[in-house]
Design a protein around this ligand. Structure first.
Ligand code: C5P
Length: 219
């Protein structure tokens, strides 16, 4: 980006899936390539921000100039985010966090001949909602991937999690793809963006975010 619209901002992002172990070799995860989160981390860096990326397992290389913290489970991700939250101005939650974790995980590999295991699941913390409700919360940006009723669900999610900016996309279109088509939801309404490469979507989000931040600084 020619203009350093996020100069002086410290941006914390989550990206990728989380992995919740069942035993030593198996687990529950979400479909997430990490492409959108990594593209946003790069766009924030290019806009002059100091960037920390808390990443689930993706197999993607850490972008140059971005500090990456690797995590596996949702709780690891929340711990890493909470450790950084006080030192950031903006938090962008792009990760596809597993909603449940296994509470009766096996310390050894489960053997196929045994009775099929019964998994006990418990709900994972909502990292975005946790950060958004901190007394000194950073400016929070959420993502919503839905398979239908996109704007209705996304708007409800923005209100429930109390985030000023939410990026909505159709899950079947966004997952793993190189392009994305999103709608930005904020206090002023819905702002649809055209379908374009994730790099360009990320840049557009950064510009929208920077405009909201400057409006907030000088209302
Ligand atoms: O509720 P849902 O998972 O659809 O919300 C999506 C948004 O919330 C994303 O920004 C995602 O990163 C964030 N989230 C989170 N922790 C969770 C679940 C979702 O930070 N446990």
């Amino acid at each position: 980006l020619e203009d350093k619209v996020l100069a002086g901002q410290r941006v914390l992002l989550t990206a990728g899936p989380t992995y919740e172990p069942i035993d030593t070799v198996r687990g529950i995860t979400n479909i997430s390539s990490g492409k959108m989160g990594y593209a946003l981390a790069r766009a924030c860096r290019d806009a002059g921000a100091e960037v920390t990326l808390v990443s689930g397992p993706t197999g993607m290389a850490a972008p140059a100039g971005v500090r990456r913290v690797d995590v596996q489970s949702a709780r690891d991700m929340q711990d890493a985010v909470l450790a950084e939250a006080a030192r950031c101005d903006v938090f962008v939650a792009v990760a596809a966090v597993a909603d449940y974790r296994v509470t009766n995980r096996s310390e050894h590999k489960l053997k196929k001949g045994d009775a099929p295991p019964v998994l006990e699941l418990t709900e994972n913390p909502d990292i975005l909602a946790t950060i958004a409700s901190l007394p000194a919360a950073p400016f929070c940006v959420g993502f919503a991937a839905e398979s239908r009723n996109l704007l209705e669900y996304a708007d409800a999610k923005r209100r429930r999690k109390q985030v000023p900016l939410l990026v909505a996309n159709l899950a079947q279109q966004a997952m793993g793809a190189d392009d994305n088509e999103v709608v930005l939801l904020d206090d002023t309404g819905n702002h649809p963006l055209p379908a374009m490469p994730k790099r360009d979507v990320a840049r557009a989000i950064v510009h929208h975010l920077a405009a909201l931040l400057s409006k907030r600084a000088a209302p």
